[in-house]
Ligand binder design. Sequence first.
Ligand SMILES: Nc1ncnc2c1ncn2[C@@H]1O[C@H](COP(=O)(O)OP(=O)(O)OP(=O)(O)O)[C@@H](O)[C@H]1O
Length: 346
Amino acid sequence: MTPAVELRDVSVHFGRTVALHGLDLSVAPGETLALLGPSGSGKSTALKAIAGFLRPTSGRVLLGGRDVTDTPPNRRGLGVVVQSYALFPHMKVFDNVAFGLHARRVPRREVAARVAEVLDLVGMGGFRDRYPRQLSGGQQQRVAIARALAIRPPVLLLDEPLSALDAALREEMVAELLRLRAELPDTAVVYVTHDQGEALALADRIAVMRDARLVEVGPTESLYHRPVESFTASFLGASNLLPVEVVDRETVRVGAVAVKASSDGLSDGPVALSVRPHRVGVRPYTGSGLAARLLAVQWRGTGFRLDVELELGHRLRAEVPDVEGLSVGSRVEVSIPDGCPLVRVA
Ligand SMILES: Nc1ncnc2c1ncn2[C@@H]1O[C@H](COP(=O)(O)OP(=O)(O)OP(=O)(O)O)[C@@H](O)[C@H]1O
């Protein structure tokens, strides 16, 4: 299938700053790809290269198999939503959404029908005569999404669309975006975020970025459960990175304790065992297993977060449902389950 979006070896330089380094990426029709990474990792730059808001220093951008590297943004036919709504303040909701359709000389009667359709799609059908200042942040962002969808773009680009909203509203909007997604089965979505929760909830695949480069890309669940890079393990859901001695392809040793590990896709080089905090077991010391000292306990409502220090010298974070028999400062026993992934340490 021809990808809806393809970046081929795209680099972007601003003077001596390298904002994007040799990015290769493709997005299939109907797929949601999240670009996830810390601030300054190049996510927005990649999105702007797709939108045409900037021209790559080198490399090519293709949409539906067509090279658009030299095509201006308004001729790319994409829907774009940025973090700050960017609605026209002097225009009512209806006219904001109709704007792109008028620019494309869509007949007036069809404009009315299409605006009604996309406003209904985002649950804003009753707000067509309001001005943006008469809407909440979440409502404005819904209108911005409706405006982007009105032209029925094959690709929707979303750059941190929820970052201006408060936490409760963000969660509501994630559910809303999932519902919207189901209504647009053929639209490719590129979703820029630094929020791993949004990426996990919304994306079919995640591309993890760091320092202008792609670290790793893969289907959301396998990237979460079986990351190859240590950066992915710690950025996509917290992870303990335990130094281990590799015995063979399936077995590692933490001190004297042997643990089965998964090592899919790993070649030679330094590795660590990636252990999610909720998979670390902590119990009172019984004389076997990995001895450790319990350094701190924090109640988190749904459970407890523990900091422990292995007597071998590594600190670990654990998340456990209860702390019966455990007290800060006491000697404890830590268990690491089989099946945690080995990851490459940069
Ligand atoms: N117009 C510009 N001029 C100079 N440097 C820029 C410009 N735009 C981006 N950069 C730099 O390029 C790098 C990547 O920026 P980019 O905005 O793509 O990061 P990001 O991952 O989207 O970060 P954020 O989450 O903070 O938006 C950063 O170091 C940034 O300072």
